[in-house]
Design a protein around this ligand. Structure first.
Ligand code: C2E
Ligand code: MG
Ligand code: MG
Length: 729
C-alpha cells in the first residue's frame, strides 16, 4: 500500500532534481515532488510523513535523496544527516546475503523485478545500537535513471515475540514428546492431535492408532461420561483446569486407573484452542493404598475389622439411630482362659483357634451387623435394628453357641468357652465410648459370675465396677505394704477330732473397711496378674508356716497344709517350679503339701488338669478337690483325677439343706470316696448336729467353726497335734 502510493506519487512527479542539485531540505518539504490537485488532491509528502514506516528515496548511485521523519526517529539521525549518505551507511548488509540474528523466517522473496529487495536486516543507529528491520526496496525509473524507494520498519519487537513463541513451542514439544508422563493433546471435538510415547505405552496403542481418534478408544465404557462431563464444563467455561480419575481400557483389555489433569489452551482473547492432558497410571498406587487402608482397619490374623473400624461403624449406627430411632446392642465377647491355650499348646494353635472362632462368628453374624476383633482374645459385635431389648440376649446366646462344638487342630481338641457383656442402647445414649465401656462392665460381671455366660448391663453396674477397680488398686497397694496375711484353719479327723492339717486362707485387713473377705478380693485379683503374685505369696507363706510347726519337735502326725490355687495359677507353667522352690527353701516334705483346686477350675481343661496333677503327684504332692458338689464333676473325671481329698462344699453341710435327699447325697459322696480310696472332708461344720451326722455317714475329715476358725500362724502352731475335744460329744 505504502509502496504503491509512493510509486504512484513518483510516477506522477512533475520534477525530480538530480542528486547533486537537490536541496535535501526542499526535497524533504515535498517541493521536489508535487501532484496535480485534480489527479491527486493531497500533497504526497504529507502521506510520507504520516506513514508509520521509515521511507527513503535513493537515487541511481545509491545516495539517499529523501528521508521521512520516521526514518530519522528510527535511526537517531536528523533527516539532514541522512540525505546525501548511501543506504549501506544505515544497513551495511543490504547487498549481502547475511541475515540478522533475529531472522526467523525466509525473507528473501522472489520478485518479478530483479532489483527488488524485501528482507529483514540489521539497521545501525546513530548511537551504534542495532535493531532488526524489515526493508523493502523497489526501483522506479525517473528521467531515465533507476531510483529506489526504501521502506524500513522496525520489527525487533515482533521478531523477538516470534522467537519467544518459537522457543516456547520448542520447549513444549520437548516437554511433551520427551515427558515420562503420558500426555495427549486433543482438539475441541475431543480428537487426538498429539500423543507422546509414554501415553502409547500406557494404553498399548500405537501413535498411528490413536491420532485422530476420540478418547472413547481407550476409555473404559462406563467412564465415558466422566470425560464428556469434564469436556462440557470446559467448553462452557465452568472449569478450566480439571483433574479427575477414570478407568482406561488398554488395547489388551486390561483396565487401569488413571489420574487425568486437563489444561485448556486459549488464545490471547481467551478463546479455547485445544486441550492438553497429562495422565498418570495410578492402578498400583490405588491397590497399594487400598491394601494399606485395609491393613489399618483390619486385624491381620483373622481378617476381621479392628477396633478403629468398629468404632467408625458404631458412630454410623449411632447417627442412623438418632435419625430413625430403634434399638441396638453392643456385645463384647472375651474367651475364657485363652492364655491357657497359648501356654499349653503354643501360640500357633492359639492363633489357629482365634481364626476358627472368627470364622464361626462371621458365619453366624447377620450381614447388617458388625463384628471385629478388638483385642487378643476379645471380639466386639454390633447388632442393629433389634425388635426389642430382649433380643440382645438372644444375640449373645447365638454368639456363645458357636463355641459349643469343640475345635480340632491336628491331634489337639480344644473346648473353648467365652463370656459376653451386652449393652442395649438407643438414641438417648450419646456417648459411643461409654457404650463399649458399659459392655466391658457387663463382661466383667459375666466373668465374675463364673464365665461361659452373658450378662446384660444394668444401671449401677458401672459404679460397682468403679468401686471394684478402686478396690483392686487398694489391694495391690495393700499387698505391697504387707497388709495381706495368711491364716490357718484346722482340719480335724472326725473320728478323733485331732488336728491333722490346716487350710491356708488369705486375709486382708483393710484400714477402714476392716476384714475384707477373700470371696470379695480373690475374684478381683483374678482379673489381673496380681493373683499370681498373691498365689505365690500364699504358697510360700503356708509352706514356711508348716515348716516351723515341724521344727517345734513334733515327730509323728505332722500336719499337712492345704493351699488354695486359682485358675490362673493352675494354668501358670511356672507353678510346679514355684512349689518346688518353696518346699526346698523351707525344707518341707512334699507329702505335707496338698494343693486345693475347685471343681470348676479342674474342669476348665481336663487334659491340662490331668497333666498338672500328674506332675504334682510325681513330686509327691497331693491335691484336694475343693467345693465338691457345686460344679458338674462327672464320676469318670473324678476317677481320672484321683484327688487325695474330696472337700464337700458347705452348702451340703449347712442345716438349711438338711433333708433326706441331702443326706442320701452326702452318704453317697462319702461312700464313693471310700471306694475310690479318697478322703472325704466336710467343709463348714458349725454345729454339733452336723458333726454327728457326718461322722455317722463315715465322713473322715472335717473343717468348720465348730472346731476352730482360721487363725494366725502362731496360734495355729499351738493347735498342732491337739484334739479339739470341746467339739466332740
Ligand atoms: P474355700 O477354699 O472353700 O475355703 C473355705 C471357706 O469356708 C473359708 O472362707 C473359711 O473361712 C470358710 N469356713 C470355714 N469354716 C466355716 C464355717 O463353719 N462356716 C462358714 N460359714 N464358713 C466357714 P474364706 O476364708 O472366707 O475363703 C473363702 C474362699 O476364698 C475360699 O473358699 C477360697 O475359695 C478362697 N480363698 C481363700 N484363701 C485363698 C487363697 O489363698 N488362694 C485362693 N486362690 N483362694 C483363696
Ligand atoms: Mg479351700
Ligand atoms: Mg471350699
Amino acid at each position: 500500500m505504502v509502496l504503491s502510493l509512493i510509486r504512484r506519487a513518483a510516477s506522477t512527479a512533475s520534477k525530480v532534481p538530480p542528486a547533486d542539485e537537490a536541496d535535501p531540505a526542499a526535497f524533504a518539504e515535498g517541493e521536489c515532488f508535487t501532484t496535480s490537485t485534480e489527479d491527486f488532491p493531497l500533497s504526497w509528502h504529507i502521506l510520507l510523513e504520516v506513514l508509520p514506516d521509515g521511507i527513503a528515496f535513493i537515487d541511481g548511485p545509491g545516495v539517499i535523496r529523501y528521508a521521512n521523519d520516521q526514518l530519522a526517529t528510527l535511526t537517531g539521525y536528523a533527516r539532514k544527516e541522512l540525505v546525501g549518505r548511501t543506504i549501506e551507511f544505515l544497513v551495511p548488509t543490504i547487498n549481502q546475503n547475511e541475515q540478522p540474528a533475529l531472522r526467523t523466517r525466509s525473507v528473501r522473496h522472489s520478485h518479478k523485478h530483479k532489483n527488488v529487495v524485501d528482507l529483514d536486516l540489521t539497521l545501525v543507529c546513530k548511537n551504534g545500537s542495532e535493531t532488526t528491520v524489515h526493508l523493502d526496496r523497489s526501483p522506479f525509473v525517473l528521467d531515465g535513471e533507476t531510483w529506489h524507494v526504501v521502506t524500513i520498519r522496525d520489527i525487533y519487537a515482533q521478531r523477538a515475540a516470534e522467537l519467544a513463541l518459537a522457543q516456547s513451542e520448542l520447549r513444549f514439544h520437548m516437554a511433551f514428546d520427551g515427558n515420562v508422563a503420558p500426555m495427549t493433546v486433543t482438539n475441541l471435538e475431543d480428537r487426538i492431535t498429539a500423543v507422546n510415547d509414554s501415553f502409547c505405552a500406557m494404553v498399548g496403542y500405537s501413535r498411528e492408532e490413536l491420532m485422530g481418534q476420540d478418547s472413547k478408544i481407550f476409555t473404559y465404557p462406563e467412564d465415558v461420561g466422566i470425560t464428556e462431563e469434564s469436556h462440557r464444563r470446559a467448553l462452557f467455561g465452568e472449569a478450566d483446569q480439571n483433574r479427575y480419575i477414570k478407568r482406561y481400557l488398554r488395547k489388551d483389555k486390561r483396565v487401569i486407573f488413571v489420574e487425568v489433569s486437563r489444561t485448556p489452551a486459549r488464545d490471547e482473547n481467551g478463546a479455547l484452542l485445544y486441550f492438553v492432558f497429562s495422565e498418570r497410571d495410578i492402578t498400583e498406587e490405588r491397590a497399594l493404598s487400598a491394601q494399606l487402608s485395609h491393613q489399618a482397619l483390619h486385624d491381620p490374623l483373622t481378617g476381621l475389622a479392628n477396633r478403629a473400624l468398629f468404632m467408625d461403624r458404631l458412630s454410623q449406627a449411632h447417627a442412623r439411630i438418632t435419625r430413625q430411632g430403634g434399638t441396638c446392642a453392643v456385645l463384647v465377647m472375651d474367651l475364657d482362659n485363652f492364655k491357657g491355650v497359648n501356654d499349653t499348646y503354643g501360640h500357633l494353635v492359639g492363633d489357629q483357634l482365634l481364626v476358627a472362632i472368627a470364622h464361626r462368628l462371621t458365619q453366624s453374624s447377620r450381614s447388617s451387623d458388625s463384628l471385629c476383633r478388638s483385642g487378643d482374645d476379645e471380639f466386639l459385635y454390633l447388632a442393629e435394628g433389634l425388635a426389642s431389648p430382649a433380643d440382645a440376649g438372644l444375640v449373645a446366646k447365638r454368639l456363645l453357641k458357636v463355641l459349643t462344638e469343640p475345635f480340632s487342630f491336628a491331634d489337639v481338641k480344644i473346648e473353648q468357652h467365652a463370656s459376653v457383656g451386652v449393652v442395649v442402647w438407643d438414641a438417648t445414649c450419646t456417648d459411643q465410648a461409654e457404650i463399649v465401656q458399659n459392655a466391658d462392665v457387663a463382661l466383667f460381671e459375666a466373668k465374675r459370675a463364673g464365665k461361659d455366660r452373658h450378662v446384660v448391663f444394668e444401671a449401677g453396674m458401672d459404679q460397682q465396677a468403679v468401686n471394684r477397680f478402686e478396690l483392686v488398686q487398694e489391694l495391690r497397694q495393700a499387698f505391697h505394704a504387707g497388709e495381706i496375711s495368711m491364716h490357718y484353719q484346722p482340719i480335724v479327723d472326725l473320728t478323733t477330732t485331732a488336728v491333722v492339717g490346716f487350710e491356708a486362707l488369705m486375709r486382708w485387713r483393710h484400714a477402714e473397711r476392716g476384714w475384707v473377705p477373700p470371696i470379695v478380693f480373690i475374684p478381683l485379683a483374678e482379673q489381673s496378674d496380681l493373683i499370681l503374685e498373691l498365689g505365690t505369696f500364699a504358697l510360700r507363706e503356708a509352706v514356711a508356716a508348716a515348716s516351723t510347726w515341724e521344727r517345734k519337735g513334733l515327730e509323728i502326725n505332722w500336719p499337712y497344709i492345704t493351699v488354695n490355687l486359682s485358675a490362673r495359677q493352675f494354668q501358670d507353667p511356672k507353678l510346679v517350679s514355684i512349689i518346688e522352690e518353696a518346699l526346698f527353701e523351707n525344707g518341707l516334705g512334699p507329702e505335707r503339701l496338698i494343693i486345693e483346686i475347685t471343681e470348676s477350675v479342674a474342669l476348665l481343661d481336663i487334659a491340662e488338669t490331668l497333666n498338672v496333677i500328674e506332675r504334682l503327684n510325681r513330686l509327691g504332692i497331693g491335691f484336694a478337690l475343693d467345693d465338691f458338689g457345686t460344679g458338674y464333676s462327672s464320676l469318670s473325671y473324678l476317677a481320672l483325677m484321683r484327688p487325695r481329698i474330696i472337700k464337700i462344699d458347705q452348702t451340703f453341710v449347712s442345716p438349711t439343706l438338711e433333708s433326706v435327699r441331702n443326706d442320701t447325697l452326702l452318704e453317697a459322696i462319702v461312700s464313693l470316696g471310700q471306694k475310690l480310696n479318697m478322703s472325704v472332708l466336710a467343709e463348714g461344720i458349725e454345729t454339733q448336729r452336723q458333726f454327728v451326722r457326718l461322722r455317722c455317714f463315715g465322713c473322715e475329715l472335717g473343717q468348720g467353726f465348730l472346731f476352730a476358725p482360721a487363725v494366725p500362724s502362731d496360734e495355729a502352731a499351738s493347735l498342732v497335734g491337739q484334739v479339739l475335744g470341746s467339739a466332740t460329744g
